[in-house]
Design a binder for this molecule. Structure first.
Ligand code: GLV
Ligand code: MN
Ligand code: MN
Length: 412
């Protein structure tokens, strides 16, 4: 085979998708089920149809674009990712896996390849937690990791339920129909930017992911007492933001002192009420995101945060409540997919290294029902989740080439 990736077309499609956004360029914001997200999905579906793929959507909006194999009843080989983007994001997170997956299929078609197993490109719904507080909603439902009942109860910041929002987006059917049986996929492989600096630093063009770190997140709500910024004396205060500040530092400390560089913890949201210059903060809402490659150590860091909360609550006479949103186990990638990726790299004389994904991905959940692995490409300075996220057309084309080769070997 002489597989050729149309890098110019792929780059122009990445630009076209980035232009469907709610942020000023170069930033991209595409929150699930907004008109912008729906427009981006419709655009993508057209591209899939142009490639002769048959497209179906499930009740949560996971979109399956299938290239039928010569044995259509055999398990499919899946690839894909997400196109939703957090506020003020870049162009490449998720998108490289979706548009790269599409280009990989087109490259195989151009090359005259005929798959035995169907090859399926999958666009997964709401990988990002922005709107409903929890990420990977599509892949959690698809793998049975999130129950339809719990999914229906998820609410956005305007108290709109997920069920109401997805129905308003035109998605009929019941969430009970989303789960796929184990064995639906023979294998699954996701192409993604690294979102870290290792590949660039080591000048290795490709990373083969062997493990995906375990994420956990919660919402923390702190209630103190408000009042006049001039009138209430310091000894009488129960300032919720001062308590939050201590807690944020305790979160940092929990990760820094875990004993491993693999523990990371972030408070990314801090909503202060009432948010006035001359009013003591009475209420603060924080988000907590903790991850580790080791489940027990991740849980120990979460516990350290809980202990700090109790201590701060007692000392400052404020109430601190925590609602756990998710606490997922890590995933080991499957040898069969890791080895197929390695062979594909070798065939094209591209060097690669094995690595861990510290970010979570839909592959974490698809691993519950199928053998998975991921392929990483470098991104400049390791930047991601920011507008200057960048992956070069050459790196994207290399990743797409190896993806195509891997899909071919898994579906032959
Ligand atoms: C995915 O976007 C993550 O936060 O790891
Ligand atoms: Mn992301
Ligand atoms: Mn992503």
């Amino acid at each position: 085979m002489t597989l050729a990736i149309d890098s110019a077309r792929l780059s122009s499609e990445i630009e076209a998708l980035a232009s469907i956004s709610d942020a000023e360029p170069p930033a991209v914001t595409r929150i699930v089920f907004t008109p912008t997200d729906l427009k981006a999905r419709a655009w993508l579906i057209e591209r899939c149809k142009e490639a002769g793929l048959s497209v179906r959507q499930d009740a949560i909006g996971n979109t399956f674009a299938r290239w039928n194999g010569s044995e259509p009843a055999a398990p499919a080989v899946g690839t894909g990712s997400h196109i939703d983007a957090i506020p003020n994001a870049g162009k490449y997170d998720g998108v490289v896996g979706v548009l790269g997956g599409l280009e990989a299929i087109r490259a195989l078609q151009r090359d005259g390849f005929r798959p035995r197993n169907s090859v399926e490109l999958l666009l997964l719904t709401s990988e990002e937690p922005t709107r409903f507080g929890i990420g990977c909603i599509g892949s959690r439902l698809l793998s049975g990791t999130l129950s339809p009942e719990s999914a229906r109860k998820l609410k956005d910041s305007e108290e709109k339920s997920m069920d109401e929002v997805r129905r308003a987006a035109g998605l009929a059917g019941e969430l009970e129909e989303v789960q796929l049986p184990r064995g639906y996929y023979k294998a699954w492989v996701e192409l993604h930017i690294e979102q870290g600096p290792m590949l660039e630093r080591e000048k290795v063009p490709l990373g083969i992911v062997t493990k995906i770190a375990a994420p956990a997140s919660s919402r923390i709500s702190i209630e103190g007492a408000g009042g006049h910024a001039g009138g209430v004396l310091m000894p009488d205060r129960r300032d919720a933001l001062c308590a939050a500040s201590e807690l944020i530092l305790a979160v940092e400390d929990a990760a820094r002192t875990s004993g491993s560089i693999d523990t990371v913890a972030t408070v990314g949201i801090c909503d202060v009420f009432p948010g006035a210059v001359n009013s003591i903060p009475s209420r603060v809402r924080l988000s907590l995101d903790v991850r580790d490659t080791d489940l027990a150590r991740r849980d120990a860091a979460m516990q350290a945060v809980d202990h700090a909360s109790q201590e701060i609550s007692r000392k400052r006479n404020v109430s601190i409540r925590s609602e756990l949103l998710n606490a997922d186990a890590p995933a080991d990638c499957a040898a069969v997919v890791v080895e197929a990726l390695s062979r594909a790299c070798e065939k094209h004389q591209l060097s690669s290294r094995r690595m861990i994904s510290r970010a979570y991905h839909d592959s974490l959940f698809i691993s519950r029902i199928a053998p998975v692995a991921m392929l990483f490409i470098p991104c400049r300075n390791g930047y991601s989740h920011r507008p200057d996220e960048y992956a070069s057309p050459e790196d994207i084309a290399r990743g797409t080439l190896v993806l195509a080769e891997t899909l071919a070997s898994l579906s032959a």
